[in-house]
Design a protein around this ligand. Structure first.
Ligand code: DC
Length: 222
């Protein structure tokens, strides 16, 4: 069974996907981690984000492996564990350079489908419902008020001792939303057949409860 979850940054989809995977015994697929992994490779190899041909060659010679369990995911680039490094704000800042490229997206989609083959999956990202798993058993679109999303993101940033203010985080989120939803290839969008869930005033546990019930309804149809 495939459950696809999309939504903007801070909508709570990673927490929900991990919680659901744990509760239902499914495997968690963090697709954003793959885009982060290649961004890390570009940065750490000193390549130029604006050199598309160079990035295409670099992608060909890069191995990205993700090991996801119910509890989270570990990400390896050329067998180096980069799980923590890919969460750094500098990666988040540069990721749009690679996530907007069609050849990068094509490779990531292949990796994501290969990863999911034969498994019960909770996959989260921006194009899980629209592109990667258009035939998913259940599609979910999560959203929340931008101030609430910024608050959530702000607490994550503190883990990196990032000094930014909450206003800066709001601006950053608005900029990322715009980039993610207006890019040419696989933009973030709400699919008409996706269940819409606004998590602004919900606790993480409530979200998992609501979605578990929805998925169980789907399982009963089988
Ligand atoms: O979910 P996240 O914050 O780790 O995602 C980081 C970035 O990766 C986000 O700005 C958009 C991009 N992304 C994407 O383009 N497609 C996906 N399926 C997942 C993430």
């Amino acid at each position: 069974m495939i459950i696809a979850i999309d939504g903007p940054a801070g909508s709570g989809k990673s927490t929900a996907a991990k919680g659901l995977a744990e509760r239902l015994g499914f495997t968690y697929l963090d697709s954003g981690a793959m885009y982060r992994a290649f961004t890390w490779k570009v940065s750490s190899s000193g390549a130029d984000f604006s050199d598309k041909e160079g990035l295409c060659r670099l992608l060909d010679e890069t191995s990205i492996r993700i090991e996801c369990s119910a509890g989270g995911s570990e990400v390896f680039v050329d067998d180096v564990n980069v799980t923590r490094e890919i969460r750094h704000p500098s990666i988040t800042e540069n990721i749009h350079h690679v996530s907007s490229l069609d050849f990068v997206r094509k490779k990531m989609v292949e990796l994501q489908r290969d990863f999911a083959r034969g498994k019960d999956i909770i996959a989260e990202g921006r194009d899980m419902c629209s592109v990667v798993f258009p035939d998913a058993d259940k599609k979910i679109y999560m959203d929340a008020d931008v101030k609430e999303r910024a608050k959530r993101r702000y607490s994550e940033l503190r883990a990196f001792n990032d000094e930014g203010s909450i206003d800066n985080v709001v601006e950053d989120i608005v900029r990322r939303d715009h980039r993610d939803s207006t890019r040419q290839f696989a933009p973030l969008k709400r699919e008409p057949d996706a269940l819409y869930l606004d998590t602004t005033s919900l606790e993480a546990e409530d979200v998992v409860d609501i979605l578990t019930k929805e998925i169980e309804k789907e399982q009963q149809k089988d």
